[in-house]
Structures are given as C-alpha cells and as structure tokens.
Design a protein around this ligand. Structure first.
Ligand code: ADP
Ligand code: MG
Length: 466
C-alpha cells in the first residue's frame, strides 16, 4: 500500500505488481482541506490522513479489514495478532525531511503553503503511525519516501528497455528531483549503515530551493509580490517560478497589473466609460483575479490548448472561472500570451534543473547511444500542453547537451508514479525486514570490516578483509 501527501491532493492506493513491468492500481484521491494545511497541531492533519486510510480499506479491502478487526477483538491480552496480514505502507511525504532510516525522518520545513509549526523536527512516520494505531488499522508505515524517489522507482519498474532511469522529477503543486549518483561523488557525510555494493545512491536534490539568494534566477515584480505574500518568503525560490501552485498566481498578478493600468483597456468596458465617465468593469467583484491564489494553473493549460481563431473555449472559461464577462478575442489573446510566457519560463527553468543533472551524471558521454531516461509525475507536466516539448527545446540550447544530447534524453510520464514507487519501496523494506537476522549479520560483518580497515591505515583498495 501507499499514501501520497502531495500538496494539493492526498492519495491512498494499493498496488498489485504483475512482475512484467505492469501493475494494477486501486486508489482514492481527496483534496487536502485548506484549513488542515494551516492546522494548529499536526494531529489534526495526520488524524485526517489515517481516517482516509480507514475509508480506503473499508471500501476496497473490506474482507481483509473486517478479518483483522475480528482477530483483534478476539485476541487474548498479550497475544500477537498484529503480525498477521499487515499492510506494508509506503508513505510518500513530499516535504524536506532529514531521513534517519527506511521509515523514520524528521520534518525540516514545510513548503507549498503548509504551515503547522509543531510538526517541525518530528518524525512524520511516527506521527502517522500513532493515528493509524488509534484507529486499530492493519497498517504498518514501512517506508518513508519522497515523491521524487517514488517516481524514480516507478519509472525504473515501468520504463521500456534495459536502460536504468536516471531522474525522478515532480512538476505538480511543487517541483523537485531525485537522481542516481555515484557514491564516490558524495561530498556530504552520510550517517548510518547503507549498502555500498552498487556504488550508487539516490539523492533527493530539493531543487525547489535552488538559488534562494537570487543570484541567477529571473525576478519580476510579480515574482517579488508572490514571494512577499507567501507563508515562506525567501524560501523555495526556484519552485515559486516553476510549479503548479505558483504559475497561476504569477499569471494573475501580471494580468491584474495590466488590468489596473488606467491607460490600458484590458477587460474593461471602454465605450461605457466614455459614456458615463466611470470605467465600468466587466470583471465580477468576487472574481479570483482579485484574490490571492484566485487563478488556478489549470486555466493556463486551457489557454495554451485553445488554438481556435476566436479562442472561444478560453473566453468561456474566463467567464466561468474568473467572472470576466464577454472578453474580446484580443483580450483573450493577451491573457493567452501572458500565460504562455509564464508557462514557457517554467519549462525552460525545469530544463535547467534536469539538464544539469544529466550533465553531472556523465551519461551522455559514458553510455554512447543509449537513452538517458527520466521519469516525471505531476499535473503540470502531465497536462500543460507541450510542457515536455518546451523542455526539449531548451535542452537544445544548453552547452553540453545540444541537439545530439537532446535526441538521447527521454522524459516519460510516470503517472501516479509517486504512489506506485512508494508501494514498491514498502515491499522492498518489508522483505528486508523479513530477512532481518541475515541483515544484522551482514551489518555486524560490515562493522567489523570497518573497524579493521580503520586499524590498518594504509589499507589498499584490493586488500580483502575476511
Ligand atoms: P500533488 O502535487 O498534490 O501531487 P498534482 O500533481 O495533481 O498534485 O498537482 C497539483 C497542482 O497542479 C496544482 O497546483 C494545480 O494548480 C496544478 N494543476 C492541476 N491541473 C493542471 C493543469 N491541467 N494544468 C496545469 N496545472 C495544473
Ligand atoms: Mg504528487
């Protein structure tokens, strides 16, 4: 099983792997109520998540759920009924954490509009497990997964051919990427025990907070205003120019600025203003144009998709979503152009993040001819028309990638990747736990080896320690 706390939605799913790169997925999706994003205590949010898991089990795994409840009620005190048929749950938690173990990680900071101070520094797996246990659900939080890592896993499972996937990237409410790095390139010390035998490790880049100092990123008056009015000014500066939560808001601020300019006639009734001396507005008072977060990025996708000469779909949506009445073709085109500029900037910046990792990996040079595979998930990359094409276009212009490199980079949509990947990781974690004693032995052996290695200062690479 897995749950995915994205930023906009919460998904609960169970996954059946068919073993041939296909899978069957059952899932429920609910919007996260806005008040829970700013809840007084973390218990309110995590209690809600556990409740959703209960509803999912009752709806899709009723027999299993009921059987567990019966066993629990008839169990004698001290009897271990818990170990039977427990769902191993992968918890996709897409906020920055300090991960301390496969199912343990402390929240570093909230992003994407969340702000629940008492959760900072706490182990989010424990917070969820507590609420699950209060409801007596047959569920164990087995793995903590970032959505980017889940996407990387899911794409690795589902990608065509033998090429191993390099990057898992998210372009949804927020943006971030995880990639496979050579252990020899790691510069940050890594605590704890981990398997070094592959020579590789997955790194969660948290690129959403790249260049918070604004040394190189573009910064328009609209970007500035968006940041100042956000719950976390000065943080997630890259994300605030790229992801779904913010693109609509940048577009809104730009359109509003033009609307408010007396010299321009965007969405204003020019003829009636000359008639009675007052600028009669055609925008309803309660329009989202006047409210923070009032313009959803999905409207930008509608604008980009409408290629009819009259822009009739867009004009209809401007009316129904933003109360902008009887917009002219020219006005709708102005909206479309502004929206496109914001969308294309986002895709170009996305290409910089992806392209730099592709170059860092050395795969364009090392593995000749093979594709460099990227898995991507999130509503923006999935639904914004030509988002991937705009990324490829930008790759072309990057020194070190160029046309030849671009040809080889393949971005595949890993739909619901973060959920599927988390379930995959939960499965691996459960298997590791089953082999627990073996692992302990291996760990002991590892420790002994390290001690020995430490005791012999000039130990050569080829030395075998038994
Ligand atoms: P999550 O981040 O919770 O996993 P999604 O990947 O669905 O969820 O991303 C939700 C974000 O994507 C929201 O910010 C929303 O505004 C944006 N979005 C939803 N639909 C579209 C669309 N058709 N085009 C562009 N952006 C969209
Ligand atoms: Mg997501």
């Amino acid at each position: 099983m897995s749950v995915d706390l994205g930023g906009t939605n919460f998904r609960v799913c169970s996954v059946h792997l068919n073993g041939d790169s296909t899978f069957n997925l059952t899932y429920n999706k609910v919007a996260i109520p806005r008040e829970l994003m700013l809840a007084k205590t973390s218990k309110e949010l995590f209690g809600f998540l556990a409740k959703q898991i209960e509803l999912f089990l009752k709806e899709h795994h009723e027999e299993h759920f009921e059987a567990h409840q019966r066993r629990r009620k008839s169990a004698k005190p001290g009897e271990d009924y818990e170990t039977e048929d427990i769902f191993q749950l992968g918890f996709t938690f897409s906020f920055p954490v300090q991960q301390l173990g496969i199912n343990k990680g402390n929240l570093i900071r909230w992003t994407k509009g969340f702000d629940i101070p008492d959760a900072i520094g706490k182990d989010v797996c424990a917070l969820l497990q507590q609420e699950i246990d209060l409801l007596h659900l047959p569920v164990k939080v087995a793995a903590l997964v970032n959505d980017t890592v889940g996407t990387l896993m899911a794409r690795s499972y589902a990608a065509p051919g033998k090429t191993s996937t390099l990057i898992g990237a998210i372009f949804g409410t927020g943006t971030n990427g995880a990639y496979v790095e050579k252990i020899t390139n790691l510069q940050k010390p890594v605590d704890g025990q981990y398997d070094k035998s592959t020579g590789e490790m997955v790194i969660n880049s948290e690129w959403g907070s790249f260049d918070n100092q604004l040394n190189v990123l573009p910064n328009t008056p609209y970007d500035k205003k968006l940041d100042e009015d956000s719950v976390n000014p000065g943080i997630q500066i890259f994300e605030k120019r790229v992801s779904g939560m913010f693109l609509g808001e940048i577009t809104r601020l730009a359109v509003l600025d033009l609307y408010e300019k007396p010299s321009l006639s965007l969405f204003k009734d020019v003829s009636s203003s000359t008639n009675n001396g007052k600028a009669a507005t055609r925008v309803g008072e309660g329009s989202g144009l006047f409210q923070q977060w009032g313009l959803d990025s999905s409207l930008m996708s509608i604008a980009a998709a409408d290629t009819t000469p009259e822009l009739s779909t867009l004009r209809k949506e401007l009316e129904s979503q933003l109360q902008i009445r009887s917009a002219t073709v020219e006005e709708a085109r102005a909206f479309k152009d502004i929206s496109y500029a914001v969308g294309r900037r986002s895709a170009r910046l996305s290409a910089v993040a992806l392209g730099s990792i592709v170059m860092q990996s050395g795969r364009l040079k090392e593995t000749k001819g093979e594709p460099v595979d990227i898995g991507a998930d999130g509503s923006l990359v999935e639904h914004y028309p030509s988002f991937r094409d705009m990324i490829y276009e930008a790759f072309n212009k990057i020194d070190g990638i160029g046309a030849e490199g671009t040809e080889r980079i393949r971005i595949g949509i890993a739909k619901d990747g973060s959920g599927v990947g988390a379930a995959l990781i939960a499965l691996v974690a459960a298997n590791m736990e089953k082999r627990g004693t073996l692992d302990e032995l291996a760990a002991l052996k590892n420790k002994a080896t390290q001690k020995l290695a430490g005791a012999i200062p000039s130990v050569g690479e080829s030395t075998t320690l038994v």
